[in-house]
Design a protein around this ligand. Structure first.
Ligand SMILES: [Zn+2]
Length: 416
C-alpha cells in the first residue's frame, strides 16, 4: 500500500459526515488537485464516543459507496501503541505509531554505542544544503540523539513488526509520530530518527514530528510563524535527503498533526511543498463535529436548543472534559459566557461564537475549544443527538463540505 502525494486526515466523531467530506475532495479534484482521505480516529476518541474501529471502517465504506469515490481511502489507527493496536488490526489500513511516551527512555549502553557507531558514517552528510540550523554533527551529538530517541525508535520497530506480522508489510501504511512529545525535534534530529527507523526496518511513509509552537485543538497556530516556516522547509530538505541516503520509501512525507485550523500556517506550508515538490499529509482533529453543532444551531428551534444544552452541560463538566486534552487546549474560563446567557442566544449569535471566522468580533476561541472537547456530551445523548443530525442533514452537510474545502483545502493544497 502506497500513500499518495497529498492526503488529508479527517475526523468524523459520529460517522455521519463522510460523504460531505468526500464532496470537498471532489471539489479539489475538479480543480486538478488529487487528495485522498484518511479517516482518523484515536483510541481516546473511540473510548469517549463509545465506538470501535469497525464502526469507523463501516462509516467510511458507506460514504465511499454513497459518493461513488473511485480513488484510495484509508482508515487511520491514530496514535496507537502496542497496548491497543490489536483492536485496530482488522479494520485499519493506516497506523500512526505513537512513540512520544518513549522519548528519553534509556536504551542499554551497548545498544547506545552500537547506535552511535551505526550513525557515525552519516555525520559527514552535514552540512546539508538548505539546512542552516545544524551545520555539523559530532559524536557527542549522536550520543545525545541516541539517548533521547533510540528507545522510541525501537518501540516504533516493535509496533511496526507486530502489525506487519499480522497484516503483511505490504498491506498498510505506517506513520511514526512524535508530535505529542514535550519538545520539538530539530531537522537534524529528524534526520537521525529517520536513519534509525531505516535501521529498524520500519517502512515509514509519513512522519509526524513535533514542530515549534503550539498546535491547540480547533484553533489557529500559536507561535512564531517565521520560525515554523524555516523548520518546516528544513524538515522537507532533510526528508528528501534521508530517502536517498537510507533507502526509505520514496513517497515518505511530512504529516502535520495540525489539531485543525492552523490557518496562519497554510500559506507557508503551501509555498514550501510547492517549492520542494514535496507531498503532505495533513491530519485534522474532529472539528467536523463542530460543523454539526453549527448546523444544528443555525437550523433554530430544537436544533438550537440542543446546541445550547450541549454548551450548558459541557460548561458544567469542564474539568472532566478537559482532562484527556490537557496539553492540547487552552481555555480561559473567564472568557466563557454563562449557560444562561447562551440559552438566550439566537442562531446567529451561537454560530458567530463558534464558527472559526477570526474576522467576526463575536468569534470566541474559548467557546470553540470547550465545545470541541464537548463531543462526549453529544455522545451520551445517543440517539437523541443522532436523530437531530439526520433532521438537519442538508445544512450540516453543506457546512462540513464548505469548511473542509474553503478553509483548509483551498489555502493549503490549491494555494489561493
Ligand atoms: Zn498527533
Amino acid at each position: 500500500m502506497r500513500l499518495e502525494q497529498y492526503s488529508i486526515g479527517v475526523g468524523d466523531r459520529f460517522g455521519h459526515q463522510g460523504a460531505a467530506q468526500l464532496r470537498a475532495l471532489e471539489l479539489a479534484a475538479k480543480q486538478g488537485v488529487s487528495i485522498v482521505p484518511v479517516w482518523n480516529k484515536s483510541f481516546r476518541e473511540h473510548t469517549i464516543v463509545g465506538t470501535n474501529p469497525g464502526n469507523a471502517r463501516a462509516a467510511a465504506d458507506r460514504a465511499v459507496r454513497e459518493r461513488g469515490w473511485k480513488q484510495s481511502y484509508y482508515i487511520d489507527a491514530d496514535h496507537i501503541g502496542l497496548k491497543n493496536v490489536d483492536l485496530f488490526l482488522e479494520s485499519s489500513s493506516f497506523y500512526t505509531l505513537d512513540v512520544a511516551d518513549f522519548i528519553g527512555k534509556a536504551a542499554s549502553e551497548s545498544e547506545l554505542s552500537s547506535f552511535v557507531s551505526a550513525m557515525k558514517p552519516y555525520m559527514s552528510e552535514f552540512p546539508i544544503p538548505g539546512v542552516q540550523t545544524t551545520t555539523a554533527v559530532t559524536e557527542h551529538d549522536l550520543a545525545a540523539i541516541g539517548r533521547k530517541y533510540h528507545f522510541a525508535v525501537q518501540e516504533a520497530g516493535r509496533i511496526y513488526r507486530h502489525i506487519a506480522e499480522k497484516k503483511g508489510a505490504e498491506n498498510f501504511v505506517a506513520e511514526v509520530s512524535t508530535d505529542e512529545a514535550n519538545e520539538p525535534q530539530t531537522p537534524a534530529q529528524l534526520f537521525f530518527i529517520l536513519a534509525a527507523l531505516a535501521r529498524e526496518g520500519v517502512r515509514v511513509q509519513t512522519i509526524a514530528p513535533k514542530f515549534t509552537g503550539s498546535f491547540l485543538k480547533g484553533i489557529d497556530y500559536v507561535g512564531d510563524v517565521g520560525k515554523f516556516a524555516t523548520e518546516f522547509e528544513e524538515d522537507l530538505v532533510v526528508i528528501a535527503h534521508a530517502i536517498k541516503t537510507f533507502k526509505l520509501p520514496d513517497n515518505l512525507k511530512l504529516s502535520v498533526h495540525s489539531g485543525s485550523d492552523k490557518f496562519s500556517l497554510y500559506p507557508v506550508i503551501h509555498r514550501a511543498i510547492k517549492k520542494h515538490h514535496a507531498g503532505l499529509h495533513l491530519k485534522t482533529a474532529g472539528t467536523t463535529w463542530l460543523e454539526e453543532l453549527i448546523g444544528l444551531a443555525a437550523s433554530g428551534g430544537e436544533g438550537l436548543a440542543l446546541a445550547q444544552e450541549v454548551y450548558r452541560i459541557a460548561y458544567e463538566r469542564i474539568d472532566e472534559l478537559c482532562k484527556p486534552y490537557e496539553t492540547v487546549i487552552h481555555i480561559d474560563r473567564s472568557k466563557l459566557p454563562a449557560p444562561q446567557a447562551v440559552r438566550s442566544w439566537e442562531s446567529k449569535e451561537y454560530v458567530s461564537a463558534l464558527r472559526h471566522n477570526q474576522a467576526d468580533p463575536k468569534y470566541n476561541l474559548h467557546v470553540r475549544q470547550l465545545l470541541h472537547i464537548g463531543y462526549k456530551v453529544a455522545a451520551e445523548m445517543g440517539d437523541r443527538y443522532l436523530t437531530m443530525l439526520d433532521r438537519a442533514k442538508e445544512v450540516i452537510g453543506q457546512n462540513v463540505t464548505e469548511n473542509l474545502y474553503q478553509r483548509h483545502i483551498v489555502p493549503l493544497f490549491l494555494g489561493s
